[in-house]
Design a protein around this ligand. Sequence first.
Ligand code: IFM
Length: 449
Amino acid sequence: MSTRHFPDGFLWGATTSAYQIEGAWNEDGKGEGIWDRFTHRPYNILNGDTGDVACDHYHRMPQDVALIKELGLSSYSFSISWPRVLPLGRGAVNEKGFDFYNRLVDKLLEAEILPVVTLNHWDYPQALEDAGGWPVRDSVDWFADYARVVFDRLGDRVTTWMTHNEPWVVAFLGYATGVHAPGLCDYSKAYQVVHHLLLSHGVTVQLFRQGGYKGEIGIVLNLEGYEPASEREADRAAYQRVYEESASLFLDPLFNGHYPEMLFDWIGPHQPRVLAGDLDLIGQPIDFLGVDYYRTHTVSHAINGTLLKAELGPLPALGWGQTEMGWGINPPGLTATLIDVKDRCGDLKVFIAENGCALHDIPDETGFVADRGRVNYLSAHLQAALEAIDAGVNLGGYYVWSLMDNFEWSMGYGPRFGLVRVEYETGKRIPKQSAYWFSEVIKHNGINI
Ligand code: IFM
């Protein structure tokens, strides 16, 4: 066995998001978010779970930072709850909300952990949703104004910023299939949301540069692997539509100044309204791209496959199976995805901003989980990352989803993605075997092969 090392300065981290871990949904002046409203309505979430308490991170933050330090992570990626700092989404600032994030950032820096901050990981203020939400063009200015407030408060200490996390999910699960908040089913709105998310990203990057804030800024896309289910022309065409909607719909405007034509022909009247100059704004140069990769799918043509007439299935790589959520584990898919990004975006720095799996964790009587399956998953994806580096991908870091078990959106607290087990009844944190394994990887800046 030999150790293969990652480049010097490689960042090793874990990611969380505000709604999924913080709890304290209505404390200290926080406003209502769309996820508060959505989870409080019956039947939206499995078992009626909500993020009201979640991992209670809002109250346990100092211990959580101590845990991150103990595990040896060099970086921690978290998101700001927009309604916690601007309860109505715009206007009055909730100072107590910022007190929390100020303390979090200070504690991380004291512990020599690089904070990476995402502005939008989905918990949008309900007041803005009531005013039209992402489908209306004003949402671009609302986001940029919010971003400016956050840069002004935290920008003296935070130097790595992500505008949006997984805009595909925000747009399509929130506005087309209705599985996520705000629960709407309207493809025209969903495509308009994509455009406004991208535009608000571009406007924010521009204001970040013009405001002279120090540091780097980028966006995080969920880029999954896809392969046609067969050589049939119909399956290949369905694959092309799905690939364009999940990758090109974002990469083309961000890096090449246009939207994908074939996809736009297909969606016809659902195309968003794009005004002169919008694509220039969206294409502002960024410092890095965050890639969230979990799985690979087959794509087949399906007559009842909603707008794209496509159906997805899990595609595990040879020798691999599916996660608890039925996701096809496919480490080579990560290499292929990163190389595809390089082919499309050039030498831009890339972070694996999320990678991980939900498995059937079985705790022993002390609560310890010997999650060998997760170790195998993470280890294989790190090998895949090394292969991408060998192929010339400028990879700057790797972040596990997630630091700890948390609220998995419409699936509630069933799926557990954490390196650290959370006993929700007591809030107790118990590092799993994968957490100790990851600490060793970080210590050696490499993996044993
Ligand atoms: O939990 C989510 C996260 O919020 C965004 N990326 C995928 C994770 C697992 O589904």
